[in-house]
Design a protein around this ligand. Sequence first.
Ligand code: N01
Length: 544
Amino acid sequence: MTQADTQVTATNAGGETVLDAFIVGCGVSGIEALHRLRSAGFDAIAVDAADGVGGTWHWNRYPGARLDSESYSYGYFFSEELRNGWDWSEHFCGQPENERYFNYVVDALDLRPFMKLGTAVTSAHWDPDGGTWLVTTADGDRYRTRFLITGIGILSDPKYPNIPGRERFSGAVAHTARWPKGGLDLKDKRVAVIGTGSSGVQTIAAIGPIVGSLTVFQRSPNWCPPLNNEPITPLEMAEIKGQYEAIWTKTRTTRGGFIHGPITASALSFSPEERRHWYETLYGRRGFARLYTNFIEVIRTKELNAEFSEFLAEKIRARVEDPEVAKKLIPVDHGFGQRRPPYETGYYEVYNQPNVELVDTTETPLAEITENGIRTTEREFEFDVIIYATGFNSVTGAFERIDIRGRDGASLGDSWRQGPNTVAGLGTYGFPNLLMLGGPQAMGGNIPRCIEHQALFLDSLMRHMRDNGLSRIEPTQAACDEWTAHVAEVVSMTLYAETKSGWFWNAVEGATGHSFGIYPAGVVEYGRRLREIEANGYQGFVLS
Ligand code: N01
C-alpha cells in the first residue's frame, strides 16, 4: 500500500500534465486501477465528475438504494488488511454504508492525492504523432497520457423518458441516479415514481410507508424475489473475516461471481412436488440464490422457466390483496431471469396501502409532464414530487458523453453505431492505448468480481509493456469481431435473446444494430478467457 516508488507528475511546455495513465472515474474500477498502477510505479491519476468517490454508490443515493450482492462478496479482496479493517453491518448494505466503504478504501490505500474529483472529462483525442492521448476536462485542464483507462461503467448515464413537458413541472424532481445529496423531503407528499426496474422497486418499497400518496407508473413489471436482507452481528462479522479466503474462492468459482453455488442435478431428476419444495427453499434464501442456486434449466428451457415463474406469480398473488393489481405486477412478456431481477423488501405490500396507485402505462401511456404533474392518455395526476426511476442510457451511454476520438479522428460513438465491438470489453479497434474497465461486453453477475479480473489483467499488461519497452497496444478488428460473435453465440444459448431489455441490449438512440451489452457466460468464464488472452501473448491485441 505504499506510494514510495511512484514517479512525480510532470508538466510539459504546453502546460499539459504528463502521465503514464489517465483513469476516468473514481468508482469500483477506477479505484482498483489507480491503486494497482500507482503500486506498480506508474504515474497515474483518476478524475471523476462526481465530487466524491464510489461511482454508482456516490450517485445512486435514492431511498432504499442497496446492494443485492452480499456485502462481503462485493468489496475488494486483494488486501487482507483492507478487508479485515472493515465491518459490514448488513448482508446487503445500503448506499450510505457502501459510499463510506469506498471512502475508507481510498483513504486506506492513500489514493486521494492522485484523484481529482468534481471534474468532468470532456474529451480524449489520440495523437498519432506522439502516440499519446490528449485529455481535456470541463475545468480546462489538459493531460498528455500514454494510456487512457476508462472506469465509467455501463450503467451510469441517467436516462429520462422521452415525454414532452419535463421542464414545465413546478414541483420537486429527482432521478434515482442523480439523487440530491441533501435528500428530498417526501414525507406526506404526493409522489410519482416512473419506472419499476431495480431502482424503482427499491425506491417504492422505501418511500411507500412515508409519503402522503404514491402513484407508480409501470411500463413493464419485473419478477422480484425477496432480498431477505438481515443485519450482521459483530460475531457473524468476525466469522466472515475468518472465511474471507473461502468466500473469495467461491466467488471465483461460481458462475455469477456470487457466494451462491450451483445445484448440479437436473431439474428433471425431481418430481414437480420436489421441485416446488426447492423453489420454496430458494424463496427463503438471499439475493441471487434464486438465479444461481436454481436448476440451470430454469434459465435454459421454456418449460422450467415457466414453472418457476408461475411459482413467483403465486407469491405475488398471495402478497398483493387486490387481484387486479397483482395481475398488473406479474410479467407476461418474459420469464424469471430473462431480465435482470430486482430484489425487494416489502415491495409488493406497498400496493396494499390505500394511498398507493399502480398505473400501467401500456394501457394509459404517459402523454406529457404538466406544470402540476403528469398527464396520461386517460387523465391528469397532480404531484408534489416526480421521481424518475427510468434507468440509464445503458452500455455505451457513459462513453458517448465524452468526445473520445481514436486513430484518424474517428469517434468512439460512431465506431460503436452497430453496438460495441471489443476484445473482452478491454479494448476496441481504432483506439490505441484505450483500456476499458467495467465496460461493455465484459460485465455480468457480481460486478466487482468481473472488474477484479480486468484490474489484474491491466496490472500485468502494463508491467509487461514497460518491461519489454512497448508503448502501444491496439486490438485487431478480427479479434473484436470474434469476441462479439462469441458473446452473441452464448446469448443465443440462453433465453435472454427473446426478451426486450435495454439493460442487455445496446439501446443507444440512433444505433442501427444490436450487440449484447454484457458478458453472458459469467464471471468465471470471463476470468478464464482473460487469463488465456494473456497467456497467449495478449492474443487479439497488437503490441509495439
Ligand atoms: O433501470 P432499469 P434501473 N415510460 O432500466 C422504465 C442496476 N441496479 O435504474 O422495463 C415508462 O432497469 C422501464 O420500463 P421498461 C441493475 O443492474 C442494481 O432500475 O423499459 N417507463 C423500467 O421499468 C439494474 O438492472 C441495484 O418497459 C419507462 C425502468 O424505467 C440496472 O442498475 C439497484 C420509460 C428503468 O429500469 C438498472 O436499473 C438499482 C418510459 N418512457 C439498479 N422509460 C441493486 O440492487 C423507462 N421506463 C444492486
